[in-house]
Structure formats: structure tokens, C-alpha cells
Design a protein around this ligand. Structure first.
Ligand code: G6P
Length: 607
């Protein structure tokens, strides 16, 4: 996830406006920043790695001439944060500048082809193919607009682009496929941006650009075309109903709620990872004698779920280990044959990094899964994968958890296939299902949100909760419990439901709330038995079930239904969503701030 912005002023310098707008987009990424302007038929560019104000302190982002400008704030997906990889990117002749948000899936093929035609690339990004491709199309005698249209047709993936060129010095060209793009209209200026927060203080009039559209900004306003059939679209601006403050959270009262809603697109991004890294990591996992899944907090819960995926699909036993215990628990068993898959959203968690450093000293292979390219974990891993969720601001991890699960599932599928442990057909079916998961997540979010809010209202003042599940759902339950505990300050206990009789059952009395994650999988029958035992002792059951599970509907006090047909190994990705909402609404009813729980930090860099 990155932020793009563009601006055409009737008069005055655009650079300071771009700089300010980028600050409002920083929540979309903040590892690098850059701006390009046009003045006197020349392009002027400033860009570097670092947060906006750090780069500004070094380069003065306001000091670029010209009334037309584009800008970018980056969250790396391809190529570590560096000056070269920062946007804007230019063509060989320095006549075209491009900023890009999204992922260009076929960039390797395009880059190879362009290099064969003599293009020289400066960066390791996917984005740089765009200015070179436009340049290449122009060589064939097309107008700038035609070249852009042809370029758009060749790009696969998700992207929004803003392009300026000395060949068309009074315009900004934008293209949208999936990644968001809006145009803002003011009296003396026209803007384009990834998101409303960037333009909201400048205007309250915006036009949403739809998938597959190309828009040209000019002094007189904007023109939109549908790329596929080159038809002109007429669309009037609408008034933005949000104040600048609301716009930052896209109208949601809290970042956590916004990020829960961002899960469908964030899951879609995980389906666009580069195959070669997934394959490489799979090869390392296949060769390993012992595999340790090492992480803290939510990332540990993802590892726990992954251990079920690996054993059920690839018949590979793995050891999920809480990073702070890794050295004590497993240290002496680590050697050259061990493989450590470290999972860390931030890539900076001190306990995870110490475990990894220790394993490296003992010659083990280190693999990393993180959301932050350029983080310490990416620098010390033999192979790393970036989950591409974009920045997460709420302290409680939500969209990054489900994205981790999606990546880990893809690894498990590949490993299963490589080891020949599961039929090709079965893997294909699972892959098909994984592709549907973002849509299923969307349905759960839209259909169940209200009901969960009501359930949270009923239970928010309870003193203690159980979160239970069996099999892979015990990992889902553990994550649901962590959400509630960390943001609502409600003591909560999670354990595999089979453990109830070995102690926890003694806590249960009339009205004791138990959240039971109970998909219709192999464990269903036993789970029903566990629910009956709890009910017999007076517990109130809130069950997360598959749609139409009449058996549990009849015995649960409250239930949330999940769309049918989610395979067991993928169930945590969807079944955790009601639990995220449950924690969120409990916090709201308790009058607390879910984004900033007391005593906690987003990234824990001390041991
Ligand atoms: C902190 C955060 C959690 C996170 C954990 C691990 O406790 O509040 O949300 O799960 O650190 O962070 P990591 O960045 O390593 O995934």
C-alpha cells in the first residue's frame, strides 16, 4: 500500500501542496517519499528513503518549481526502501515521471522485454516498468494518451498511477485498476489522490474513478475514459460528507474498525505475491529436518494455526514457539539442519529478532514473513516474504493476522504438492477456495457486523470469558481472546476445548460467557459435546458456526453464522473476523479507545 497525489494549480507552486497532502497519506506508507514537478518543459524530482519530514529536512520538498506536480509516499512491496526505489520513477530520457500504488504482477516479464529493447532500469521496483513501457509505446508513433492506454492494457495486477510528462506539460494522466483513485475539484486547482484524506482540506468535491478508467486532469477540470472500449464517461463530482479528521479514518471512528474492514482487499493482495519467493521458501521448508515457527503475540497465533496447516496438508510436523521462550525451550536443539520461520508483522520485535540471531549463530536457516520490507527481519532472513498488508495503525493486529494466515496457507499448499502428500486435485480445490476467501470475508463483514455489535452489547460487562475451539480453531480462539483481553482489558482464557475438564471447567457458573469457535469440521461432534458440558454447568454460549448448523443454533445462547464451504485449514481467516468485531464493540461499549490500549505498543523493540 502506498499513497499517490497529484495537483494542477491555476497559479503558484504545487510542491508545498503535494508535500502537505503526502503527510495526510502517510498512514498508507512511510518508508520513502518523492515528488516530481514540471516547469519550463523540464521535469524536477526530489525523492529519498525515510519518513516525509526526514526527507523534507534533507531535501526541502517544497522547493521544486512548477504548478503541476505528483507525489508519492511508499510502503515497499518490491525492492527495499532506498532513494533509487523511491517514486517517482522515470523513463530513459527523463521525460516521463510516474507514481504508482499497487502491485504490477507481470512486471518481471515486462522488464525483461523492455531491457531487451534497450531500456535501462534504475530501481528494483515493479513500478518502474510503467514509464519505460509508455516510452516504448511512444516510439511506435502513438500520441501520449494512446501510449498510456496501450500501457494500461499490458499491466496486470492492481494499480493506480499518476503520470506527468514534458510532452504534455499541462496535464496529469491517471489510471485505475483496483487500487483506489479519486479526483478532487476546487476553484483554482484539480487534484488526484489515493484517498479522500489527501484532498479533504483542499476541497469537498470529489469524483471516484472506477476500475479500468483513465482520467486526464487539466486546468479546465477532468476527462474520463473507459480503457477497454475507449468510451467517454461523464461523472459529476459529489460532496464529501466527512470532516478532514473523519477522512483520515475514511469515516470510521477508529483505525481498528477501518482495518477490520480492509481485510478483503488486504487478503486479495496476499494472492498476488511473487511465486518465486513462495517457491523458494517452500524448497527450504521441504529440505528442513526441524521447522520452528517463531513469533510473538498475534503473529504467534498465526504460527499456531500454520502448524495445523503444515501437518494436515504437507504432513510436516512443525514447532510453534513463542519467541521469548525460543532459546530456553529449543536453543540447544537448534543446528545446521534446523529451519526457523520467523513471523513478525513489524519485522522488528526484539524477542523474535533475538531468537533469529541465536538460530543464525547455530547455523540454522532463517526464513521470514513480515509486513515491512527493509525491516531487520528482512535483512537477516535467508528468504523473506512480504505479506503486503500496508501499514496497520491500530495496536491490535487485525488485517495483518489474516494476511499472515493466507501467506502461510499458500506455503502449506505448495509444500503439500511438492511432497506429493495431497492430490493435485485437492490442492487445486483449496487454492480455488483461497481465491474466494476475500469475498467470503466481505460477506461476513457486511452481514454479521450488526449482530455481533448486539451480542457485544449483551455481554460487555462480563468479568471473564472463555474462548474455545478444537483443532485449528483453537488458534482462532486464542487470537479472539487476545483481541478482547488486550483492548477491552477483560480477563479471558483460551485453550483447546478438550482441556476444559482438566481444570478450567471449575470456573464455570451460571451465566459464565464462553465464545466457542465451531466450524463444521471433523471436530464438530466433539465440540457439540463440549458445549453441552458447559451448558450443563450454566455457561452462556456464543458460538461461531457454519451457516445452517441447526444443532448448535438450538443449544447456543447466541451465534454468528459464517458462509458455508470454508475448508478447515482456511477457517481461521474467516472465523476470526467476528471475534475481532466482538472485541472492538466490547471496547466501544466500555467507553475505551481500541486504537490505543494502555501499556501496549504496536511494535515491541525491547526484550
Ligand atoms: C505487539 C503488538 C501485537 C503484535 C506483537 C508481535 O505486542 O501489540 O499486535 O502481534 O507485538 O508483533 P510483530 O510485529 O512481531 O508481529
Amino acid at each position: 500500500m502506498c499513497g499517490i497525489f497529484g495537483c494542477i494549480l491555476k497559479e503558484g507552486d504545487a510542491a508545498p501542496i503535494v508535500h502537505d497532502a503526502l503527510k495526510r497519506l502517510e498512514y498508507r506508507g512511510y518508508d520513502s517519499v518523492g515528488e516530481a514537478t514540471i516547469h519550463d518543459n523540464k521535469l524536477f524530482i526530489k525523492k529519498d528513503q525515510g519518513k516525509i519530514e526526514e526527507v523534507h529536512a534533507l531535501h526541502n520538498l517544497d522547493n521544486l518549481p512548477g504548478r503541476i506536480a505528483i507525489g508519492h509516499t511508499r510502503w515497499a512491496t518490491h525492492g527495499a526502501p532506498s532513494m533509487r526505489n523511491a517514486h517517482p520513477h522515470i523513463d530513459c530520457n527523463g521525460q516521463i515521471a510516474v507514481v504508482h500504488n499497487g502491485i504490477i504482477e507481470n512486471f518481471s516479464e515486462l522488464k525483461k522485454d523492455l531491457e531487451e529493447h534497450g531500456h535501462l532500469f534504475q530501481s528494483k521496483t515493479d513500478s518502474e516498468v510503467v514509464p519505460h513501457l509508455i516510452e516504448e509505446k511512444l516510439k511506435g508513433g502513438l500520441t501520449f494518451l494512446e501510449a498510456l492506454r496501450e500501457t494500461a492494457k499490458h499491466l496486470e495486477g492492481a494499480f493506480s498511477l499518476a503520470v506527468i510528462s514534458v510532452m504534455e506539460p499541462n496535464k496529469i494522466f491517471c489510471i485505475r485498476k483496483e487500487s483506489p483513485l479519486i479526483v478532487g475539484i476546487a476553484k483554482n486547482a484539480t487534484y488526484c489522490a489515493s484517498d479522500i484524506p489527501a484532498i479533504r482540506p483542499l476541497t469537498d468535491k470529489a469524483v471516484t474513478i472506477e476500475n479500468g478508467e483513465l482520467v486526464v486532469l487539466e486546468d479546465e477540470g477532468y476527462k474520463i475514459w473507459r480503457i477497454a472500449d475507449w468510451s467517454r464517461i461523464s461523472r459529476n463530482p459529489k460532496i464529501i460528507p466527512w470532516s478532514p479528521e473523519m477522512a483520515e479514518k475514511q469515516g470510521y471512528p477508529h483505525f481498528m474498525l477501518k482495518e477490520i474492514h480492509e481485510q478483503p482487499p488486504s487478503l486479495r493482495n496476499t494472492l498476488r505475491l511473487q511465486e518465486k519467493y513462495l517457491d523458494l521458501m517452500t524448497a527450504f521448508l521441504d529440505r528442513a529436518k526441524d521447522v520452528f515457527l517463531v513469533a510473538c503475540g498475534t503473529s504467534y497465533n498465526a504460527c499456531l494455526a500454520a502448524s495445523y496447516m503444515f501437518s494436515k496438508l504437507a504432513l510436516l510436523a512443525t514447532h510453534p514457539v513463542i519467541a521469548s521462550e525460543f532459546i530456553e525451550q529449543q536453543g540447544r536443539a537448534i543446528n545446521i539442519d534446523s529451519t526457523i520461520l520467523a513471523v513478525s508483522q513489524s519485522g522488528e520485535t526484539a524477542d523474535t529478532l533475538s531468537a533469529v540471531e541465536y538460530a543464525r549463530l547455530r547455523a540454522a536457516t532463517v526464513l521470514g514473513l513480515t509486513n515491512v520490507i527493509g525491516s531487520t527481519l528482512t535483512r537477516i532472513s535467508r528468504v523473506y516474504i512480504c505479506q503486503q498488508s500496508g501499514p496497520e495503525i491500530g495496536v491490535a493486529a487485525t488485517k495483518t493476522f489474516t494476511a499472515q494466515l493466507s501467506v502461510l496457507a499458500q506455503l502449506a499448499f505448495r509444500l503439500a504438492e511438492k511432497r506429493g502428500k495431497v492430490s493435485h486435485e485437492e490442492i487445486e480445490q483449496l487454492e480455488e477456495k483461497l481465491i474466494q476467501i476475500p469475498d467470503i470475508a466481505e460477506i461476513v463483514i457486511q452481514n454479521q457486523k450488526k449482530k455481533i455489535e448486539q451480542i457485544a452489547k449483551k455481554y460487555y460487562s462480563k468479568q471473564c470469558f472463555f474462548f474455545l475451539g478444537r483443532g485449528i480453531s483453537s488458534a482462532t480462539a486464542l487470537e479472539g481472546r487476545l483481541k478482547l483481553l488486550e483492548i477491552a482489558y477483560v480477563p479471558a482464557i483460551a485453550f483447546p476445548a478438550g482441556e476444559s475438564k482438566h481444570g478450567p471447567l471449575s470456573l464455570v457458573e451460571k451465566g459464565f460467557p464462553v465464545v466457542f469457535v465451531c466450524p463444521k469440521d471433523e471436530n464438530h461432534k466433539t465440540s457439540v459435546g463440549n458445549i453441552m458440558e458447559l451448558k450443563a454447568r450454566g455457561a452462556s454460549i456464543i458460538a461461531i458456526i457454519e451457516e445452517g448448523d441447526e444443532e448448535i443454533k438450538n443449544i447456543a445462547d447466541d451465534y454468528i453464522e459464517i458462509v458455508k464451504g470454508v475448508p478447515e485449514v482456511l477457517s481461521p481467516i474467516v472465523y476470526v473476523i467476528p471475534l475481532q468485531f466482538f472485541a472492538y464493540y466490547t471496547v466501544v461499549h466500555r467507553g475505551l479507545d481500541p486504537d490505543r490500549p494502555r501499556n501496549l505498543a504496536k511494535s515491541v523493540t525491547v526484550k
